[in-house]
Design a binder for this molecule. Sequence first.
Ligand code: COI
Length: 355
Amino acid sequence: MTADTLQIEIKQTDKSRLQEVDFNNLVFGRNIADHMFIADYRDGQWQNSRIVPYGDLSLSPATAALHYGQAIFEGMKAYKSEEGDTLLFRAIDNWKRFNKSAERLCMPSIPEEVFMGGLTELLRLDAAWVPSQEGCSLYIRPYMFATDAYVGVKPSDTYTFIIFTCPVGTYYAKPPRVKVETHFIRAAEGGVGGTKCAGNYAGSLYPAKLAQEEGYDQLIWTDAREHAYIEESGTMNVMFVMDGKLVTPFVSDTTLDGITRKSIVAIAHHWGIPVEERRISVKEIIEALKENRLESAFGAGTAVVVSPFATIAYEGVDYALPELKEDSFVNKVKDYLTEIRTGKTEDIFGWTLKV
Ligand code: COI
């Protein structure tokens, strides 16, 4: 079976919601496209692949995922090219990362033909939902959760895999003010921080809420042992441009192997910019800021794309980031990524896939 030969039963909506969407004012995550792809894991295999109108699910109150959190997801994007084609960005990397999360959460892996076959068919059906407005894209949310109606703690025998999509604009309306978290932690060595499991996000909400009450938009997580080293931010990896180099924390089992992050690293290598993937102490960043050696600090992720920070707060002090120059690395890499994703420039890396 290949992605093209996967048998998918399709039930189209008879009431599209497309006309209700204001594509010139897209708010992240608010509008969901007409259809969703679903497959069920039963008797040790994925089956019943289908596309149906987006709508509510019926679940047992004993559904295992709701109690013990066996639930994982991905975030990926599709773009509209000037020719009107739908271009998927690095979808195979998302599929691979999804299966890594599945393994760690003791869930079944999903075959490439189910993930990619379901995704491409869904995108063909909802092609009109892929925005062409500048800075906009179709955010894709594949996820899997345990469906056994059973109250004991054990890996579920049954699962559901779903993909739905939403046309989105920018995630942050303005450059985020971030705070270095030195009390709560996101992940510890040996834990699940390197996976995209639902619980990682649930655990981050309370510390993020406290930071928001202090006027910050997002946290920068530090290591669980000493709170001295930078890990990642709430919805994105963290990167710095300092001393003429791109510097970013290395990927470990406490940080996500971000696909935007690794694309930016690849582009920097391609442009001949020195890259350091290593441990970065908070103190080092604050020193560089004070000595005007830090050109920029930014978040990188599927949802946020490339988001330069406005300020970094540490131990009660707000440090303002310098204003970005037109030709700064951040601006250039953001534009270049957009050009690759929308097919405006040659994709020398082989990252895009025409649906
Ligand atoms: C993404 O960037 O796709 C993410 O998963 C972040 C999200 C939780 C909004």
